[in-house]
Design a protein around this ligand. Structure first.
Ligand code: ADE
Length: 233
């Protein structure tokens, strides 16, 4: 998969894309990240990419021209058509099924907006899929873009090793949209707190049952909406 990110703050990305699983995925050739600074494409002689909003109001609006030209230039670099995504708090919520769908794309082009917004005309022309990572407002789409990249890349076949396998994660289709169960490792007693006996019993049926029950309990307590939605428990 090729992932293009168009941003005014490319310097925010290398730490995240250059660490852990996202880094390994690139080293293994499973994904290629390309960051593009939208400002490079502005025709404004002062390097401006934004302007005041027509109709008044606070803040600045990202103008059409730099973004349009940046998308055109980046898309031309590769014959593979890109699925365009716009990170915005007004987008559809990012969910595990959305990540699974995006993980099947050969190429993603992610636009990380800033300022109060982007001129609606260029959004209408580009027609990206608008995605939000939650009902709160961040200073820009960069952190959301990194969240989306992490959630998607780990689903590309072969990116996770056997031990890290994604299919048992909370929210994956196979997990019935309930939380993962709690995990424990050595030591058996830490600060006087013991690991639940059942996990030490060697009884795999009992362990599976206990884990399922713990996962359901946590889901019911913290996210009852998930149980009602799926009607699976
Ligand atoms: N940009 C600012 N806030 C955002 C959010 N919650 N999700 C996606 N993009 C954003």
């Amino acid at each position: 998969m090729r992932i293009d990110v168009l941003t005014l703050f490319a310097e925010m990305f290398p730490g995240v894309l250059g660490s852990s699983i996202l880094k390994r995925a690139e080293e293994m050739g499973q994904v290629r990240y390309q960051l593009t600074d939208i400002r490079r494409y502005t025709t404004n002689k002062h390097g401006k990419v934004d302007d005041r909003p027509f109709g008044g109001g606070p803040g600045m609006v990202m103008a059409c021209q730099p973004l349009w030209d940046a998308v055109a230039a980046v898309e031309k670099q590769d014959k593979t058509p890109a699925h365009r995504v716009l990170m915005t708090p007004t987008g559809a919520p990012l969910t595990q099924p959305t990540c699974e769908r995006l993980a099947e794309c050969e190429r993603l082009l992610i636009i990380a907006g800033r300022y109060e917004g982007i001129d609606q005309r260029v959004i209408d022309r580009l027609d990206p899929e608008p995605i939000s990572i939650g009902d709160y407002v961040l200073s820009g789409g960069e952190l959301p873009a990194m969240v989306l990249i992490d959630a998607v890349v780990r689903l590309i076949p072969g990116v996770l090793g056997h031990d890290e396998s994604a299919h048992r994660d909370s929210f994956s289709a196979g997990a019935d949209r309930i939380f993962d169960h709690p995990h424990y490792t050595r030591p058996r007693v830490w600060e006087g707190l013991e690991v639940p006996d059942v996990l030490m019993s060697g009884d795999h049926t009992a362990i599976e049952q206990w884990r399922k029950q713990q996962a359901e309990q946590a889901t019911r307590r913290r996210r009852p909406d998930l149980l009602n939605e799926s009607d699976s428990v």
